[in-house]
Design a protein around this ligand. Structure first.
Ligand code: SF4
Length: 406
């Protein structure tokens, strides 16, 4: 058990929200929770407006399918406008509404439709006073069986219900199956009960992965006992789909678009909101435009491309990610997004623009680094280290293109 098991963490939770902002070098940073990444057209329109009028004009997607606004001029007005749009349903629980879900669930493939579970869990979390004490980085997940958010190789999701058929699922704690099974009707109570149990034992731990194996097992046993669930045989739950191919595609009335550096401009957000009543933000920084009239999907794709959204799965934008870097972050040693953009322009003219995924970091914290394997491009005082080898900024595109042919 962590060092002060059974007591609240002595360390303060610096996770930003809407009501608790973070002071960055470019101004106040606000993080808006978007459970399951699910937004209506009206909500996305409001977000586009507040980003343009109160922020830097961009909605920055996070690896949890949430949104950040940067350089926010008036946080009080922002919170009022978000609350009016239903994007701030609880002042006490706003930072703990972290729920990822298989983005395509109910739209394409999958064993079960987990979308209703997201709304149900969100309401249950907000209605449970004890869960306000969850750390802001605690993450819930609902996987519809395809393994894109709940799998054995991802320990970031603290408690994830993963469908094994259309009526049953397995509970994964930090990606590990501890033998807890729950029918879909019990998925929300079981995940909420697991979170409540974590609050009472976490001590200094922010996430389940920080508990030792024995403590995680004890947590699972407690939930099994509380919910009167049978112990089941454990298994490894693999990834059954690949992020990059899922992010950008077109199938009937469903279009997935990519974003350069996960940045959605206000203009792009308005284009999306005009096209569809249902928008889904994915944890891999792409956006799904759902429920289009198939007869109008081609015209919609043209409009999205004209707005600068990425529809080509081989585009270099999908192979290169970067932290915010200079000037937004005071720790950054370089303007990594400018250098990454230059590298991308070289990749675009190479014979195989789908270079291996590369992540640019302004310092050794490597914020936003993808879970999938990526070439490490780290800013130094003078140039970069690419997988540990020094490379001048102007050679980055050529070096990444070479890596694509290794
Ligand atoms: S990786 Fe470093 S420079 Fe980049 S955003 Fe994180 S702290 Fe800032």
């Amino acid at each position: 058990m962590p060092s002060v098991a059974g007591t609240p963490s002595a360390r303060s939770d610096a996770c930003p929200g809407v009501l608790t902002t973070h002071r960055a070098d470019d101004g106040e940073l606000v993080r808006v929770r978007v459970p399951g990444g699910q937004l209506t057209d009206v909500q996305l329109g409001v977000l586009a407006d507040v980003a343009a009028e109160l922020g830097d004009g961009v909605l920055h997607l996070t690896s949890r399918g949430n949104l950040q606004l940067r350089a926010v001029a008036d946080a009080a007005e922002l919170s009022e406008r978000l609350a009016a749009a239903g994007l701030l349903p609880s002042a006490t629980h706003e930072r703990v509404r972290n729920i990822v879900a298989s983005p395509l669930s109910g739209l394409l493939g999958g064993l079960a439709d987990v979308r209703p579970l997201v709304a149900e869990l969100d309401a249950a979390v907000c209605a449970t006073p004890a869960l306000a004490a969850l750390p802001g980085r605690f993450l819930f997940g609902f996987d519809d069986g395809r393994g894109d958010v709940g799998n054995s190789s991802d320990d970031r999701i603290d408690v994830c219900w993963r469908a094994v058929d259309d009526r049953h699922g397995v509970l994964l704690l930090a990606g590990v199956d501890h033998g807890v099974r729950a029918p879909i009707a019990d998925a929300v109570p079981v995940t909420a009960a697991t979170a409540a149990a974590f609050v009472s034992v976490r001590g200094d731990a922010w996430q389940v992965r920080e508990l030792g194996a024995d403590d995680a097992e004890a947590l699972a046993a407690r939930v099994r006992a509380e919910r009167r669930l049978q112990s089941a045989q454990r298994t490894e739950w693999p990834i059954q789909s690949v992020e990059r191919t899922e992010g950008v595609f077109q199938r009937g009335g469903l279009i997935g678009v990519g974003l350069r550096f996960g940045a959605l401009s206000s203009h792009q957000a308005r284009v999306l909101a005009r096209l569809s009543p249902n928008i889904v933000l994915t944890p891999w920084r792409s956006v799904l435009v759902a429920n289009l009239d198939p007869a109008e999907a081609m015209a919609a794709a043209d409009a999205l491309a004209q707005a600068g959204l990425v529809l080509d799965p081989r585009a270099p934008e999908l192979a290169v990610s970067a932290c915010i870097g200079r000037p937004g972050c005071g720790k950054a040693l370089a303007d990594v997004r400018a250098d990454a953009t230059n590298a991308m322009s070289e990749l675009a003219t190479s014979p195989d623009p789908a270079a291996p995924r590369a992540h640019f970091s302004g310092c050794t914290r490597r914020c936003g680094r993808p879970r999938t394997p990526a070439v490490d491009v780290l800013a130094g005082g003078d140039g970069y280290l690419v997988d540990g080898e020094p490379v001048p900024a102007e050679r980055l595109g050529a070096v990444l293109a070479e890596k694509g042919h290794e």
